[in-house]
Design a protein around this ligand. Structure first.
Ligand SMILES: NC(=O)c1ccc[n+]([C@@H]2O[C@H](COP(=O)([O-])OP(=O)(O)OC[C@H]3O[C@@H](n4cnc5c(N)ncnc54)[C@H](OP(=O)(O)O)[C@@H]3O)[C@@H](O)[C@H]2O)c1
Length: 292
């Protein structure tokens, strides 16, 4: 397993992390898939209060030395709410300290200063180790950093894959400069990349993969890993998929082939999906949350 540094810290994270959104279906299979990945050296597990999977993650990580990331939902961005949400997540996960606590989406309705003050208190009190954000653009990231007085933002979790390349416009360069890790969610565009619409792209990736004896999925993940500050988060409830995916952390695509993959979609590609999908996800999790 290849490991990468988290932001500007000395923390070593597996080059692939496990995502846990929509862990539905067969719980046993989900658990098996995650345990297989952990056995193979994956140490980064990502969840969120809104996913409803913190309890499951808590069971799986018990007694294991891993790096646990979770997220606070934007309706909890008031100072006291952040502190309470963190206590709840600690309880759900059954741990004393969260390794990475992330703001799930920006919330323009609450001052970022108030929210970051609470995040800094959580680090100071030893409840969390590092502060991260998710779905933040360059300006939001800068504002969040400026709102803090003691600590640095170590990561920003955004959607990034071969058909959603908006982070390549400005964000990734800024994050490289500031030494902020990009946790790439939906590396397969939530599975859409394997659908008919992208058959030309996938066939080309598959063809290149033959040279490395790797599948299209492994090539897509490896392409992300080799983007320097990027760590993809893969979600696979099928243990076979999970094993296939984490093997992407153990080979290298040469520079020429990286450029060929780069050329398969335009740099500003968002397949018309980016904002739309973001909104759908926002809506789905909000709906789930309101049912709680
Ligand atoms: N911060 C945010 O706002 C945000 C938003 C979305 C997601 N995320 C995080 O990112 C994680 C990953 O996102 P995602 O679920 O959209 O991931 P994804 O990896 O883009 O897509 C997952 C889908 O791809 C399938 N798949 C996985 N490996 C495959 C393979 N090797 N070959 C063919 N199909 C494969 C899975 O099937 P099986 O399940 O059947 O294996 C599943 O249907 C989430 O779990 C979550 O932790 C964060």
């Amino acid at each position: 397993m290849e490991y990468k540094k988290l932001g500007n810290t000395k923390e070593s994270l597996s080059a692939i992390g496990i995502g846990t959104w929509q862990l539905n279906g067969n719980a046993e299979e989900n658990e098996k898939a995650m345990n297989l990945a952990i056995e193979k050296g994956v140490n980064l597990i990502d969840t969120a209060e809104i996913y409803g999977t913190e309890n499951t993650v808590g069971k799986i990580i018990k007694g294991k030395k891993l790096f646990i990331a979770t997220k606070v939902w934007p309706t909890h961005f008031r100072y006291d709410s952040v502190l309470r949400a963190c206590e709840r997540s600690l309880g759900n996960l059954g741990i004393k300290q969260i390794d990475l606590y992330q703001l799930h989406w920006p919330n323009q309705g609450i001052s970022i200063k108030e929210t970051m003050k609470a995040m800094e208190k959580l680090v100071y009190d030893g409840k969390i180790r590092y502060i991260g954000v998710s779905n933040f653009n360059e300006k939001e990231l800068k504002d969040a950093q400026e709102a803090m007085s003691k600590y640095e933002i170590v990561s920003n979790q955004v959607e990034y894959n071969l058909i959603e390349r908006m982070p390549e416009m400005n964000l990734i360069d800024y994050m490289k400069k500031e030494k902020i890790t990009l946790l790439a969610y939906s590396p397969f565009a939530h599975g859409a990349i394997f659908k008919k619409k992208y058959v030309r792209v996938i066939e080309s990736v598959k063809e290149l993969g033959k040279k490395y004896n790797k599948t299209a999925g492994q090539m897509l993940l490896r392409w992300l890993i080799q983007k320097d500050i990027v760590i993809p988060l893969t979600k696979a409830s099928n243990p076979k998929h999970m094993l296939e995916n984490i093997a992407a952390a153990d080979f290298n695509i040469n520079q020429k082939d990286m450029e060929i993959i780069d050329s398969l979609t335009p740099k500003d590609s968002n397949a018309g999906l980016s904002k739309f999908k973001g909104l759908i996800e926002y809506y789905l999790i909000l709906r789930a949350f309101l049912r709680l």
